[in-house]
Write a protein that binds this ligand. Sequence first.
Ligand code: AMP
Length: 288
Amino acid sequence: MPILFTDMKIVKTIQEMQALSEDLRKEKRIGFVPTMGYLHKGHLSLVKKARELGDIVVVSIFVNPIQFGPTEDLSKYPRDFQKDATLLEEEKTDIIFSPDSKEVYPEGYSTYIQVKELENYLCGQSRTGHFTGVATVVAKLFHIVKPHFAVFGQKDYQQLRIIEKMVKDLNMDIEIVPYPTVREKDGLAMSSRNTYLNPAEREKALLIYASIKKVEELFKKGQRKASTLRDEAMKVLRSKDGVDIEYVSICNPDTLIEVDQVKNKALLAIACRVGKTRLIDNIILMEA
Ligand code: AMP
């Protein structure tokens, strides 16, 4: 039986959302958190941030089909709308925007946004078209929700950079607010996809954070050579069977281009497959 939410509005159509936002933004500052649902504490921290900075908080729940490749997990992506809505009401969310696929991509839909260059690196190498799907849906959501600012997690660092670049290049009048990665007590970055991991896989997934900590430790001790830092991360990741490394990159945090030597700061970004689950994590290495 659907639960009724007293103070929170659930909006399914673009027309209703646009009309609501048009009205609200005259006097209120609208903060927006786009998500694909199956919310965890990472998402909820973004919502808290939006609550702190804005008058009205809109959260979208939309599993965006065009950002999934043909062999990816679109059909089995975890969903639990009632639970998400309960959590969002606890965070004093004002509006959930959760359109269905046809509402967002009606028949004949044909416009896409490609942020060149940045999409070529890191996850873009294996997930062809993924970031075009992300940029397109976020641009659409920005036009629908009309926020003054939107909060994005640094957990998906490349996504954050691509959105920042899109906003800059297209002169969108929206502030992008980055939020640090929220982790489980043992260091694993929270992700809706962690639910795919069985206990043995979850144990192995901890090597990702262990490798990050190792690199951080070496960096603090003065190691600046990217190949050495990368090799050390790989050594940790390979210390148990079952972690397939897709990439370990040490790159410029703005351009995402690999560096040979870390000067001032760099992004350490990792993508691995543990069993069938693809996991990503990253950290900024910065001179003290
Ligand atoms: P998703 O539902 O995976 O599309 O994520 C929605 C938003 O939540 C994105 O801005 C993500 O970067 C952010 N997010 C996901 N996991 C975390 C996390 N562990 N810590 C902080 N933000 C996160």
